[in-house]
Design a protein around this ligand. Structure first.
Ligand code: ATP
Ligand code: MG
Length: 207
């Protein structure tokens, strides 16, 4: 049972327990005073990898930071996000580089060239100290497809300025990237309405 709802405690015992917990928490916060530019990975088969990254984009914009987004694979999320982001154009660079990938083009060499182009664009933002957050959306998928090597990506991440945060999203993040990252979240698929009920992508939820 969660100790917070432990009904066997008297009100005074509960108060003392909560007081001790507060002290421990305050000590932890006091110790964790350093800041650090993070390498963040959102992977796994559950929904939420890109949207969680966009949440951090929103927070960063709210703090007045400059942000860059490089989209490696074209998603369904163009119209709504683009409209919102266009209002932040003084702080935000948004580049959708994954136009017509793989199954549409069926041309591997062209896809590799496109992935390289997107990566060069990403590198220019990673190296630029003016950008506090760089979101590389779906880059993990591009690595998994073999269009970009994990070694190349790790070498690029090594060039990031100390204070810059970089988020890499997409299913199947390679082990070497997970090892290198500071913050890794694996979205777990429990239910998805498309799978169980055949519900199609909906505005506000998927794009
Ligand atoms: P989101 O952009 O909603 O955060 P995501 O980035 O975690 O999703 P992607 O792998 O990029 O997921 O997939 C993009 C799209 O596929 C989203 O519209 C999402 O709703 C849908 N999707 C994600 N997981 C599943 C699933 N298990 N089955 C069917 N569709 C899915
Ligand atoms: Mg995504």
């Amino acid at each position: 049972m969660d100790s917070q709802t432990d009904t066997t405690l008297t009100p005074e015992q509960h108060r003392l327990k909560m007081q001790r917990r507060k002290e421990v928490q305050e000590q932890r916060v006091a110790k964790a005073s350093q800041t650090k530019g993070l390498i963040i990975v959102h992977t796994g088969n559950g929904k939420g990898k890109t949207t969680a990254a966009l949440g951090m984009v929103m927070r960063s914009l709210g703090h007045g930071y400059r942000v860059a987004i490089v989209q490696f694979i074209k998603g369904a999320w163009e119209p709504a996000e683009k409209a919102v982001f266009s209002r932040w154009s003084d702080q935000l660079e948004f580049h959708a580089m994954g136009e017509g990938f793989t199954w549409e083009t069926q041309n591997r060499d062209r896809d590799i060239a496109k992935a390289q182009q997107a990566w060069e664009m990403a590198l220019s933002f990673i190296r630029n100290t003016e950008y506090k957050l760089v979101l590389l959306d779906e880059i993990n998928v591009v690595i998994k497809l073999g269009y970009l090597s994990v070694e190349t990506v790790l070498a690029g991440l090594a060039e990031k300025p100390e204070d810059t945060h970089i988020i890499l999203t997409g299913r199947g993040a390679p082990e070497a990237l997970i090892e290198r990252a500071d913050l890794v979240t694996e979205m777990t698929l429990v239910k998805h309405p498309f799978r169980e009920q055949g519900v199609k992508a909906q505005p506000g939820i998927e794009y």
